[in-house]
Design a protein around this ligand. Structure first.
Ligand code: PEP
Ligand code: MN
Length: 339
């Protein structure tokens, strides 16, 4: 059930609705918007009777939600969510760029790349300290030592740190050293991890699973939001198909498809989405052209020596060129949206 408040509803009116929801033993999710506040109700096993709410002061309407998701939906929040990370934002007017290596390999490597990322004007630095590798014998990341390097980068360059948590204890560590929790494609339906992320105060970047449908992906976001963390960013990173010319098939139609259903910001990851250096810039351009709120991009100062995902890493020069190009495209997309 969704309770839509009148535009002139007071804080007291809203509190009155929250009290009734609490009294009924359900969970309330108030979402203030530009024109009105809506309050979603979860935790009900059977349908909620609208008559509990319809005559309360300040209530415009009580509508039952027929979609499987109640919190990610545009019905709850017609104005798009802007996820704030200090001064930096994901969603809204500013193009969000998250760039850095696949994995933190050393302090020297991470700092060389971070300085270029900073120079480009990007506000976010990425880098895995705990890596989900296909082979148990492949480089698994530096662990907490990698997170300490990331925290140093934050202090020195003022970049916000986006880094993956593979399990619940990983979230404790990202909360200590980072700014945004990345949930990787392989963990998109790790429901206990999603619930733990939902209890975090940090924003969550939720990658689409290797073969997840749009509904499965949105319901994974719903798991996080149902716990009370509304700072969720979706990320399209390519899915498994029969194609052999790319590592994954970057499903760019997922961007407008998700935006059609959800208020959450959406990023594109053309690095994992293609797996091949020469395709990353064209697909980065396309991702912004199709309406993504930003990019997450793998960059390396020496791609040929990278311990993971070297084949898809941009060089520092290529990265700089890409940023200029996608900024120009973003300006055009913004103008088109206004015009
Ligand atoms: C990554 O960002 O390095 C990564 C492992 O991503 P994904 O979960 O999309 O494969
Ligand atoms: Mn990677």
């Amino acid at each position: 059930m969704l309770i839509v408040m009148k535009a002139d509803a007071t804080d007291r009116d809203i509190d009155g609705v929250l009290d009734v929801i609490d009294h009924l033993g359900y969970k309330a999710h108030p979402m203030p918007g530009a024109t009105r506040t809506a309050i979603a109700i979860t935790g009900n096993q059977t349908s909620v009777n609208p008559s509990h709410f319809e005559n309360l002061p300040g209530v415009l309407e009580a509508v039952s939600v027929t979609k499987p998701y109640k919190l990610v939906t545009l019905d709850l929040r017609p104005d798009k969510t802007v996820v704030r990370v200090g001064e930096a934002t994901i969603g809204g007017d500013e193009l969000a760029i998250i760039a850095g290596p696949c994995a933190i390999e050393s302090r020297t490597q991470a700092f060389a790349i971070a300085s270029a990322v900073r120079r480009s004007g990007a506000k976010f630095f990425r880098g895995g300290a705990f890596k989900p590798r296909t082979s148990p014998y492949a480089f698994q990341g530096l662990g907490e030592e990698g997170l300490k390097i990331l925290a140093e980068i934050r202090d020195v360059y003022g970049l916000k740190i986006v880094t993956e948590a593979l399990d619940e204890s990983g979230i404790d560590l990202v909360e200590r050293y980072g700014d945004v929790i990345q949930i990787g494609a392989r963990n998109m339906q790790n429901f206990s991890l999603l619930r733990r992320a939902g209890k975090s105060h940090l924003p969550v970047l939720l990658k689409r699973g290797l073969s997840a449908t749009l509904d499965e992906w949105l319901l994974a976001a719903e798991y996080i939001m149902a716990e009370g963390n509304y700072k969720v960013v979706l990320c399209e990173r390519g899915i498994r198909t029969f194609a052999q010319h790319t590592r994954n098939t970057l499903d760019l139609a997922a961007v407008p498809a998700a935006a059609h259903l959800s208020h959450l910001p959406i990023l594109v990851d053309p690095s994992h989405g293609t797996g091949r250096n020469f395709m990353v810039i064209p697909l980065a351009r396309a991702g912004i052209a199709v309406g993504a709120d930003g990019l997450i991009i793998e960059v390396h100062d020496q791609p040929e020596r990278a311990l993971s995902d070297g084949a898809q890493a941009l060089t520092l020069e290529q990265y700089e060129q890409m940023v200029n190009e996608v900024r120009a495209i973003h300006d055009v997309v913004q103008l088109a949206a206004v015009g």
